[in-house]
Design a protein around this ligand. Structure first.
Ligand code: ANZ
Ligand code: ZN
Length: 837
């Protein structure tokens, strides 16, 4: 017999699939459609990671299964190829990012093909391809025309010594990743997208999707909808006397406890309200606040600081003046950029009031069962005190009453605030989609006419951002200078490019119609394929990518280009693949090559030193990474696929265990042996029940993405087959069940069994429900309707036998002896009811 040789079998089938265009998407209107989407990778120089393989294997299993179940399947792949690493590499080496990118893509493609994934490569897309980003730019123009894109000045991370803007990823602990200098904030002209206009819908429509709870919670939290009130205070003296200061509060019920106010340092009223005596201190404080990010400013544990402006404002309920401060814990961009501070009932205000000796007035008393902790703010709900006519009301009642009073007197109103900010959509970089607008002195901002798209990236010599913070595009005179499309005068192109998120905001729509060059996708095709039935990718995208793409989708929905409110119906995240790390007594990491195992202890080969081990995320620096190419070379792609799914529950983090791969390798060898040495049993079908049960289990486990237990069921079935002997149907079923997981083995076995064609074109095995039911059942016995006993019997036991078995139970006898049996009712497989008198 021939041993199973994956290194021959796998490339052979990959070639046959390719030659037959087996994975080409076909659309048959008679069949249901299934669109499975993987988060497309950034083609990095380091190649495919076992974490990529995990998600891709899952969708591959499901799409292969769905196709065998008779669905039209769409399963595409592409490249999210704009991004920093290629740009930074270009800055260092002068090699054009497109060259680096192309090389990385070729490598990824080779790796993906070697795993046997069933992608339709005719639909491959690349976000850096002008025929793709033409439409990314087109969508930007639609946003612009709808009033959802605007210019504004926004701070960026600015490294004063590199003279360049930095992405958040390039700032570590507040310092520039390249040179270590402290990063500052610098205001630059930016393009901003009005995602906040969609805040409510982005929140509401989360109810429509089947997503992990944790991801839903993160999106809800990111949008951060707060209900409360806007309250108007009035400046009581000085130059700003009579000016209104609006605050946003979620606790209008605490208004009587407001003992000071705080304006964000950037608040427009700060200058006017500040008295001469305080002007110096205020100015100094404003300067220091500029250096901090919002995150640093609002950190709860950070020591609060602020400066008194010298001004006062009147509390609208009691007309008492309270001092107005500025402090960086109040953000300019949230609510109204100003707060009423209630130290008795807000932790930050409490800390601040203590530090600066500001009065603390309690206005909410705890409910009976609670107590106020000394030295802390009482932030729970309770009953109002010291609050005029709000006294005695519960927090809810007080909120309602004060809000309507404020409304009636014109001093406030109910209000909603969102944590969600508008999206800063421009980057001062080269390797991104140029933003398709032109600046004309006469006409202002003029969108590039759609017929002139794409605005292609020009060649440059230097990839560094210019020293002014503008992108290197600002230095390319021939590109920069153009004509105004409206008046024909000389004008300048926008030099900002789009952020990396842009291309991934709509790629799932391009896949449905990737070669269309007259429109981004056809509306007819959109109706056929959208929305995405299953989206699989890393949980690190729980917010940004998944929020931005939902936003664009909703805009496209409003414009009539798509017909579903949400792009991704069902979403799942693969669990992170972890791996053991091994460290010596100096804390130095060692790779498996340097280690030998002594029972469960890992020892350094050279010295025998026992190493300490821990399970951590894979990282180059920790020498615990696994390269899928190595696994394929050693065991084959089918083993890699099986093992990735068998490691543990799909959505949970799980450690890579090199020794456990053997089990999956063994499964493949055993299946091959069964097929290769097949001698059918002459009579009987001993595995009939197990076969049907296995089909049922594997089917429902694939549907619910429990791949590990599906594989375990196949393993058990194989065990039975090895001990009982097989008929042909056992093996043809086995080949089809294993095919989605190990497609090369599937087709090889199928061919060996003398079956025709590719397994993917056959039908998924069906099971007979009656054969799946447990064969031994519990039968309950009632006497005059009261439960008296139960016993086990085979499901096939006849009525007569069941009656005899029931009557012979000791506990039943106790209730029937000496009585007349009038009637016995038997429900086979379930119940015997004895009627006596
Ligand atoms: C008075 C008050 C009393 C507050 C009280 C809380 C407790 P969320 O839930 O996050 O929406 N706030 C308002 N605008 C702010 C800004 N720009 N920067 C920092 N803090 C701001 O929080 C709303 C609460 O955060 C508001 O309610 C306000 O403090 C503060 F016992 O007003 B509160
Ligand atoms: Zn013009």
């Amino acid at each position: 017999m021939s041993a199973y040789n994956a290194s021959e079998v796998e490339p052979k089938w990959q070639k046959r699939w390719r030659d037959a265009k087996l994975h080409k998407t076909v659309y048959d209107p008679e069949k249901p459609k299934y669109y499975a989407l993987d988060m497309f990778p950034y083609p990095s120089g380091s190649g495919l990671h076992v974490g990529h393989c995990e998600g891709y294997t899952a969708t591959d299993i499901i799409t292969r299964y769905k196709r065998m179940c008779g669905c039209n399947v769409l399963h595409p792949m592409g490249w999210d190829a704009f991004g920093l690493p290629a740009e930074n590499f270009a800055i260092k080496t002068g090699i054009h990012p497109s060259v680096t990118t192309e090389k990385a893509i070729a490598n990824f493609r080779k790796q993906i093909d070697s795993i046997g994934f069933a992608y339709d490569w005719d639909r491959e897309i690349n976000t850096t391809d002008p025929s793709y980003y033409k439409w990314t730019q087109w969508i930007f123009l639609q946003l612009y025309k709808k009033g959802l894109a605007y210019e504004g000045f926004m701070p960026i991370n600015w490294c004063p010594s590199c003279k360049t803007g930095l992405a958040n990823e390039e700032v570590t602990g507040g310092n520039c990743e390249r040179c270590g200098s402290q990063v500052e904030r610098k205001d630059l002209r930016q393009w901003i997208l009005k995602i906040t206009e969609y805040a409510d819908r982005l929140l509401e429509d989360l109810d429509e999707v089947d997503w992990p709870d944790s991801t839903l919670a993160m999106q809800r939290n990111w949008i951060g909808r707060s209900e409360g009130a806007e309250v108007i205070f009035t400046v009581s003296e000085g130059e700003a006397k009579g000016e209104q200061v609006k605050v946003f509060t979620t606790r209008p019920d605490t208004l009587y406890g407001a003992t000071y106010m705080v304006l964000a340092p950037e608040h427009p009223l700060v200058e006017k309200i500040t008295t001469e005596a305080q002007a110096g201190a205020v100015e100094e404080y404003k300067q220091s606040a500029r250096k901090k990010s919002d995150l640093e400013r609002t950190e709860l544990s950070k020591e609060k600081s602020g400066v008194f402006t010298g001004g006062y404002a009147l509390n609208p309920v009691n007309k008492k003046p309270i001092p107005v401060w500025i402090a960086d814990y109040v953000l300019a961009g949230y609510g109204t950029g100003a707060i009423m501070a209630v130290p008795a009932h807000d932790e930050r205000d409490f800390e601040f009031a203590q530090k600066y000796d500001i009065p603390i007035i309690q206005v909410v008393a705890p409910l009976e069962d609670k107590e106020i902790e000394k030295g802390k703010a009482f932030i729970d709900e309770g009953v109002n005190i010291n609050s005029g006519d709000l006294d005695g009301l519960s927090t809810k009642e007080a909120k309602k009453k004060i809000t309507s009073q404020l409304e009636n007197s014109g001093r406030g109103k109910a209000a909603v605030s969102y944590r969600l900010r508008d999206w800063i959509f421009s980057r001062q970089r080269y390797w991104g989609e140029p933003i398709p607008v032109i600046h004309c002195e006469k006409c202002g901002v003029v969108p590039v006419p759609e017929k002139d798209l794409p605005v292609k990236l020009p060649e440059v010599d230097k990839y560094e951002p210019s020293g002014t913070g503008e992108s290197p595009l600002a230095n390319i005179e021939e590109w920069l200078n153009t004509e105004c499309p409206t008046c024909g005068e000389s004008a300048k192109r926008e030099t900002n490019t789009m952020p990396q998120w842009a291309g991934s905001c709509w790629y799932y729509l391009r896949y449905i119609d990737p070669q269309n060059d007259s429109e981004p996708w056809s509306k007819d095709i959109e109706k056929k394929w959208m929305n995405v039935d299953l989206y699989v990718g890393g949980a690190e995208h729980a917010v940004l990518h998944l929020l931005y793409s939902r936003f664009w989708h909703k805009v496209l929905y409003d414009l009539g280009y798509v017909t579903t409110k949400e792009p991704f119906k069902k979403l799942r995240h693969q669990g992170t693949v972890l791996a053991s790390t091994y460290r010596d007594s100096f804390g130095k990491y060692h790779s498996l090559d340097d280690i030998e195992f002594d029972g469960n202890d890992a020892r350094l080969k050279e010295t025998g030193e026992k190493l300490s081990t821990e399970v951590e995320k894979m990282a180059k620096s920790k020498l615990n990474g696994v390269n899928p190419d190595d696994v394929i070379a050693k065991y084959g792609a089918d083993v890699l696929r099986l093992y990735e799914m068998f490691m543990g529950e799909f959505e949970l983090p799980k450690p890579w265990d090199p020794r456990a791969i053997e089990g999956c390798s063994r499964l493949i060898k055993r299946i091959w042996r069964l097929v290769n040495e097949f001698k059918p049993l002459v009579d009987g079908d001993p595995n009939r029940r197990t076969r049907h049960k296995t089909i049922k289990k594997v089917t429902s486990d694939i549907e619910s993405m429990k791949f590990n237990t599906a594989i375990a069921a196949i393993m058990e079935y194989v065990n039975e087959l090895m001990s009982n002997g097989v008929i042909k149907e056992d093996l043809s079923t086995l080949a089809r069940l294993i095919a989605p997981f190990a497609p090369h083995l599937g087709d090889e076995a199928w061919e060996k069994l003398g079956e025709k064609g590719f397994i993917l074109n056959t039908q998924w095995p069906q099971y007979d429900e009656s054969l799946v039911k447990e064969s031994v059942v519990t039968v309950v016995v009632q006497v005059n309707g009261k439960l008296r006993a139960n016993f086990k019997a085979s499901r096939e036991t006849s009525r007569n036998e069941l009656e005899q078995m029931a009557l012979s139970q000791e506990k039943v006898k106790a209730h029937t002896e000496g009585k007349t049996i009038k009637k016995v009712i038997v429900v086979p497989g379930k119940l015997v009811n004895i009627v006596v008198s």
